[in-house]
Write a protein that binds this ligand. Structure first.
Ligand code: CA
Length: 385
């Protein structure tokens, strides 16, 4: 009984002490948060050293399958490598700005970083198309070579410098599929009158072939196809497309991805935000982007085939674009490319670097990758390894 009454007497005191401790803790936390938000780029001095918090916005909805995971993976990698000294909060399209305003928001310092694809900004930076993919251009392996050892990344940095942006590779899809169509494509005539979501230079090529090209953000594609706003769309390839359910709204799945043979995504970082970081954190950002970019290619390489098999089992009709359609698209691509190069000095400068690298890579791949794949097919035939 005595103990019980002692409990009664002391319990309120214990609760009071706990509440007091909680208030004090919250007070310190709030003070740290206030300091973090003070001034530019969220730097604060905490008890355990400098901590930085970034906001990254994306051109895809939050947790968007495939391409959308890269921003989350980047955030996790940076946090792990920096032992929590740099945290990157990811916001999906529409949470801070709409999908296609990511470039401007990062440029203006509304947020620190963004994830998307360079060719979305071709209206602002015509040369940007080269840093994603151009029709009949470099494949994934070649793009990585050009960007990181062929001068491509330096040109990308130069193209974005006027916007106070630092670009980095932010994903690699490998060769894409030509896309989803609600009717068969047997000749170039079949493209006439077709409304297709197809961004970048390829959209201009498609338009020159008689179609209508539109750029629609990824999160709106399924509904646009379902409601007949568009007749065709391209996104990525089997693994990513399957997760978005495009096979439920289109019947024909065409290859090869002439329009995006080796697409690279991008991380863009506000230059002031990057330079506000100590050099070790800057290095972490740089190497994390490179690792995440390669990681996407690895994952797509591992998962595309099984996804394609499952799509075919579900009734998708796989089709190859006829050679004469591909030839007409190539001819259109040359016209569009020459128009681009004539219209913008930076695009012309990037084109020179790109085509020089292209020539060398193509020559060497004749006797390496291409020769090997051809030989492999020849000796194996329909047999298994
Ligand atoms: Ca695409």
């Amino acid at each position: 009984m005595g103990n019980a009454s002692a409990e009664k007497r002391y319990t309120p005191l214990v609760i009071l002490a706990l509440v007091g401790a909680l208030v004090a803790t919250l007070g310190f936390w709030a003070r740290d948060r206030a300091a973090e938000n003070q001034g530019s780029n969220h730097a604060a001095v905490g008890a355990t050293g400098e901590h930085y918090q970034w906001k990254m916005i994306t051109t895809w909805p939050k947790n968007f399958p495939g391409l959308g995971f890269a921003a989350e993976n980047f955030s996790r990698a940076v946090e792990e490598m920096s032992n929590g000294r740099l945290t990157v909060h990811v916001y999906g399209a529409g949470e801070i700005v709409p999908a296609l305003e990511v470039f401007d928001a990062v440029s203006q310092g509304v947020v620190d970083a963004g994830h998307g694809a360079a060719y979305y900004w071709k209206g602002k930076v015509p040369a940007s198309v080269f840093f994603t993919s151009v029709p009949f251009g470099l494949n994934a392996q070649e793009m990585n070579g050009w960007l990181h050892y062929g001068g491509g990344l330096e040109l990308w940095q130069e193209a974005y410098a006027p916007y106070n942006l630092v670009p980095m590779a932010g994903g690699s899809t490998g060769v894409q599929m030509a896309g989803w169509f609600n009717r068969e494509i047997n000749s170039i005539e079949d493209l006439k009158g077709l409304k297709m979501r197809i961004p970048g230079l390829a959209g201009e090529v498609f338009a020159a072939a008689g179609g209508t090209a539109v750029t629609i953000a990824g999160g709106e594609l399924y509904t646009s196809m379902q409601t007949g706003v568009i007749d065709a769309l391209e996104w990525v390839g089997p693994y990513n497309d399957k997760s978005l359910g495009f096979h439920e709204v289109a019947k024909y799945y065409y290859y090869p991805g002439w329009h995006e043979p080796g697409s690279i995504l991008e991380f863009i970082v506000n230059k002031d935000s990057l330079e506000a970081l100590p050099t070790d954190l800057q290095a972490i950002v740089k190497y994390a982007s490179r690792a995440i970019s390669q990681d996407m290619l690895d994952e797509y390489t591992a998962r595309n085939n099984a996804a394609l098999e499952s799509l075919i089992e579900e009734g998708v009709q796989l089709r190859r674009l006829p050679d004469d359609v591909l030839l007409a698209l190539w001819q259109g691509s040359q016209v569009v490319m020459q128009k681009l190069v004539a219209s913008d000095p930076m695009a012309a400068k990037v084109y020179e670097s790109y085509r020089k690298f292209y020539k060398g890579a193509r020559n060497y791949h004749h006797i390496s990758e291409q020769a090997y794949i051809n030989s492999r097919d020849k000796v194996l035939g329909d047999g298994d390894y």
